[in-house]
Design a protein around this ligand. Sequence first.
Ligand code: ADP
Ligand code: MG
Length: 331
Amino acid sequence: MSSIIEVKDLVLVYSDGTKAVDGISFDVQEGEFFGFLGPNGAGKSTTIKILTTLLRKTSGSATIAGYDVSKEAAAIRKIIGVQSQETTVDGDLTGRENITLQGHFHQMNGNDIKNRVNELLHLVGLEEAAEKRARNYSGGMKKRLDLATALVHKPKILFLDEPTTGLDPQSRSAIWTYLEKLNKEDGITIFLTTQYLEEADKLCKRLSIIDAGKIVASGSPAELKREIGADSIRISLENCQKDNAKAKELIKSMTDVNEILDSEECITVYAKNAGLLIADIVRALDSSDIRIASVTFSSPSLDDVFMKHTGKRIRTEELVKAPSAMFGGRR
Ligand SMILES: Nc1ncnc2c1ncn2[C@@H]1O[C@H](COP(=O)(O)OP(=O)(O)O)[C@@H](O)[C@H]1O
Ligand SMILES: [Mg+2]
C-alpha cells in the first residue's frame, strides 16, 4: 500500500491570528477509510479545506496522490470529491438537476452524464424524489444529494466534512451504508471528519483524534481503545464537591486501579476487571458515609481515549429536529 494523502507539520493561521491547525502530521493509505474525530472548533474543516485546495496553508506540507496542494490544485480537483459541511444543494433545482449541473462543471455531457446521474440517484436512494425541487428535501435527503453530487466524476478520494451531523439516527445509518459500499466495493479512499465517536468507531479503519488544532492520538479504533487498557467506572456522588477528594483517596489504594480522573459525573476510575471492583468501591464509600448517586461501568470507548488525552469529553451538537430543516427557504 502507498500513501495517497501525506501531511507533514501542517499549520494554518487565519488572518485574525487564530491558529486553527497547529502542526499536524498524518498519512492516509490508498483505499483506506480514514477518520478525523474531534469536537467543534478542533480544526477539522480547516484541514479539509487545505487538503481540497480551498484554503492556502501557512506552513508545512500536504500532498494528495503525490500532488502538492499549493502548486497542483487543478490536478487534485480532478481526482477528489468533496462534501463540505454546509450543503451546496441548489433548492430551486431538482435532485437530478443538481447532480447533472455538477457533472457539467466536470465537462461531462450526453449519455455519460445521464447514466451517471441515474446510477447516483439509485446509490443514495433518491430515485423517487429525483424530480422534486431540492428545497423540499429533508436534511437527510440534502446530505445524500450532496454526497451524490460529490461523486459525479468518479473521484478516487472522497473528502466528507461531518456528513451526518444534525441527522436523525435513521438517516445517519443510511449514509453509513452508502459510505461503506463506496469504500469496499469501489475502493474509494475516504477521509471523513466527525464529532460522533460511534461513527468513527463504526466506519474508520484508522483515525486521528484532533483537539485545538493538534492531533492527540492516532490508530485503529481497537488500538486506541486497547491503549486505555482498562474498563471505566463512572461514579457520580451526591455531593461531589465535598466528597471528591476523600473518595479518590479511598479508591486509590484498591488493587488493579490504573488511573482516577475528575470527570463530569464526578470521578472516573480506569481499572482492569472493573466488574469486580465496583462492589469494593461501593462498600468503601458507603462505610465512609459518602453517598453515591450512580455508578456506571463500560468497556473502553473512543470517548475514554479522548478523555485520557484531553481531560474532556467530546460534546456533540443537538440533533436537528426542526421541520424548518425540511422546508428551508430559498437560497
Ligand atoms: N475564517 C476564519 N477566521 C478565523 N477563525 C476561524 C475561521 N474559520 C474557523 N476559524 C476558527 O478556527 C478554529 C477551527 O475551526 P474549524 O476548522 O471550523 O473546526 P471544526 O471543523 O473542527 O469545527 C476554530 O477556533 C474556529 O473558530
Ligand atoms: Mg467543521
